[in-house]
Design a protein around this ligand. Structure first.
Ligand SMILES: [Zn+2]
Length: 353
């Protein structure tokens, strides 16, 4: 069995940009625990959206059991699970789908796993969760080893004794910790379909969008879509280039959401309140427009510093509130600029001095 160090702690440390998002919601949760920030919003029969801190959770209940999408943070799990049990009349939570690997969407995985849920996601989600955990575990173990040696020498052990002692301690740490509960147990590489609770549920991989492991989930009978962070409502999105995301892929993902939805579709965004197809369309228009403007200015030889203050780049969507999220106008334009630079490297005019 594969065992490594301090997974829960490590996951808590992986909070992505959106970690604090819903904190301001305060205590208006429906949960009976006094200080809960967890809210469970009924979308329609057997479909719910849970907010708290981190990415929005989707819930589908029915005869078979419960399917949950994303798990927010570990410390919220008791409230989230209690809330799910209330709306599902205590049906078992059988599946947890992870829309991608970021800590604010998978931080509660271990707790859902211990409830009996099978975690299901794209191949790259498993790969990235394991990679991140292993890197963190190695760092933690190195640190614990160094501290133990120092302490041993301070307590008048010889250097050799202290090292032996530290080694034994680290081995015990490795044995007592377990990674099997937090990463997806079943993965897929392209698309996948579930037939659950009387409806067809399509899981569609969006290539290189927010990350390289994004899944959107379409409940075909309920006409509800959970987009993960491949769409967030009314704010500039985070294109996680380091983890395989791309501007083109993000736009393609939004187009896929548009193609599958109609005006009655209820859309659970990765972050923000429940959305409609028109909301997704606005973000799609914003991205296409800004991508083209930035590429145009890049090709005419402007530097990033010259582009940022331009009215028809930064201001136009800032006025609609897009810059008020976790991704500032400046960082979003920088991502677009870098994408243009990669695409048009040899085609631009010389920068004007
Ligand atoms: Zn994310």
């Amino acid at each position: 069995m594969r065992k490594i160090f301090s997974l829960t702690l490590a996951l808590l440390m992986t909070t992505c940009f959106f970690a604090q998002e819903d904190k301001k919601d305060g205590d208006k949760g429906d949960n009976k625990r006094g200080n809960s920030i967890v809210r469970n919003i009924k979308i329609k029969d057997n479909m719910y959206m849970i907010t708290g801190r981190g990415g929005n959770i989707g819930v589908n209940t029915g005869e078979n059991g419960v399917l949950v999408i994303d798990s927010q943070f570990a410390e919220l799990s008791p409230d989230i699970i209690a809330s799910i049990k209330r709306v599902s009349n205590d049906k078992p939570i059988q599946f947890l789908v992870n829309t991608h690997h970021h800590g604010d969407h998978v931080g509660g995985n271990e707790n859902f796993s211990k409830e009996g849920a099978i975690i299901y996601a794209h191949d790259n989600v498993r790969y990235r969760i394991l990679k991140k955990e292993q890197e963190k575990a190695e760092k933690e173990i190195d640190k614990a080893y160094d501290e133990s040696v120092k302490k041993g020498v301070g307590e008048s052990m010889s250097q050799e004794e202290a090292e032996m002692n530290a080694k034994r301690g680290v081995e015990r740490m490795q044995e007592s910790l377990d990674i099997d509960y937090i990463s997806p147990m079943i993965t897929y590489s392209e698309n996948s379909t579930m037939y659950y609770n009387g409806q067809k549920i399509m899981l569609l991989h969006l290539h290189k969008a927010h990350t390289d492991g994004d899944t959107m989930i379409f409940f075909t009978d309920s006409n509800v879509i959970h987009t993960g962070d491949a769409y967030i409502k009314g704010k500039y999105p985070f294109v996680d280039v380091k983890n395989g995301g791309s501007v083109e892929g993000y736009i393609n993902g939004l187009q896929k959401i548009m193609a599958l939805s109609d005006e009655d579709t209820q859309i659970i965004p990765g972050h923000g309140t429940l959305a409609t197809r028109a909301d997704v369309e606005e973000t799609l228009k914003m991205m296409k427009y800004l991508k083209d403007r930035v590429a145009y200015y890049y090709l005419t030889g402007k530097t990033l510093e010259e582009i940022l203050p331009l009215e028809d780049v930064g201001k136009i969507y800032d006025d609609k509130g897009f810059g008020g999220g976790f991704i500032s106008t400046e960082s979003f334009i920088t991502v677009l600029y870098n994408a243009a630079a990669k695409k048009y490297k040899n085609k631009r005019a010389k920068p004007q001095k």
